[in-house]
Design a protein around this ligand. Structure first.
Ligand code: ADP
Ligand code: MG
Length: 222
C-alpha cells in the first residue's frame, strides 16, 4: 500500500497526543518544541508504533529520525540489558546525529544506554562498552560487521532494525554488508527503511528483508 501525502497545514490530526505514546514521552516532545508531527511522522508513526514494517521516503530535514526513534523507544524494555534496536547509517556523521536525536527523545526515560559503533574509532573501547551492555546500537555497516565477525555484538534480542538513508548506503556499496547484518537479526523483528530516493536496490532489500511493508512517500516539498 502506498500513501501519497498532500500539503498539510497545522491541524489536530498532526498532534503527537493522537499516538499511543507515554505521558512522559508526550511531555518530553512538548519540551523539545515538537508541537506537532511532521508529515512523514504523521504518515509513518501509527503503523510503525503498531509494529508494522515500513518503507518511508522523504527528503532530508523532514523529521525521519523521530519517525523511527519513537517506534523503537516505545518498544524498549529497559530491564533487558540487551541490544533491542539497531540503526544502520551510511556515515559516522549521520550515526552521531541519529544517536543525538534518540538521546533527546529518550530523555524522559532514565538509564537508556545507546552505543554508536563507527569505523575510524579504535575497537577496544567499543568492545568494552559492548561488554557492559546496551539497549540501542547506532552504527555504520563496516564496523557493525567487524563486531559481528568477532562476536562482540549479539543481535539475538533485537526487535527493531532500522536502515536509515538506505539509498546512500547502497550508493556507498554497503548492499552486501546490510544483507549480512540483516541475516543475523531475529526473523520476527520489525524492519523500518528510510530513504530519500527509491532506486532498484531498495526494492531488492525490501523484498528480502521487509514483511508486507507499508510504503509512505512524501510527494510534496516540506
Ligand atoms: P531527516 O532525517 O528527514 O533528514 P531529521 O530527523 O534529522 O530529518 O530532522 C530534522 C530536524 O527537525 C531535526 O533538527 C529535528 O530535531 C527536527 N524535528 C523533527 N521532528 C520534529 C517535529 N515534529 N517538530 C519540530 N522539529 C522536529
Ligand atoms: Mg535522516
Amino acid at each position: 500500500m502506498t500513501i501519497a501525502l498532500q500539503d498539510t497545514s497545522a491541524d489536530d490530526s498532526l498532534a503527537f497526543k493522537r499516538l499511543p505514546l507515554t505521558p512522559a514521552m508526550l511531555a518530553n516532545l512538548e519540551q523539545l518544541g515538537y508541537s506537532q508531527m511532521t508529515p512523514i511522522q504523521a504518515a509513518s508513526l501509527p503503523a510503525a508504533l503498531a509494529g508494522q514494517d515500513l518503507i518511508a521516503q522523504a527528503k532530508t530535514g523532514s523529521g525521519k529520525t523521530a519517525a523511527f526513534a519513537l517506534a523503537l523507544l516505545n518498544k524498549l524494555d529497559l530491564r533487558r540489558f540487551e541490544v533491542q534496536a539497531l540503526v544502520m547509517c551510511p556515515t559516522r556523521e549521520l550515526a552521531d546525529q541519529v544517536t543525538q536525536e534518540i538521546r533527546r527523545l529518550a530523555r524522559a526515560e532514565d538509564n537508556i544506554k545507546i552505543l554508536t559503533l563507527c569505523g575510524g574509532s579504535t575497537m577496544r573501547p567499543q568492545i568494552a562498552s559492548l561488554e557492559h551492555g546496551a539497549h540501542i546500537v547506532v552504527g555504520t555497516p563496516g564496523r557493525l560487521m567487524d563486531h559481528l565477525d568477532r562476536g562482540t555484538l549479539s543481535l539475538s534480542a533485537l526487535n527493531t532494525l532500522v536502515l536509515d538513508e538506505a539509498d546512500r548506503m547502497l550508493d556507498m556499496g554497503f548492499f552486501d554488508d546490510i544483507v549480512t547484518v540483516a541475516k543475523q537479526c531475529p526473523k520476527t523483528r520489525q524492519t523500518l527503511l528510510f530513504s530519500a530516493t527509491y532506486p532498484e536496490g531498495i526494492a531488492n532489500l525490501s523484498k528480502q528483508f521487509l514483511r508486507n511493508p507499508l510504503e509512505v512517500k512524501l510527494t510534496t516539498q516540506h
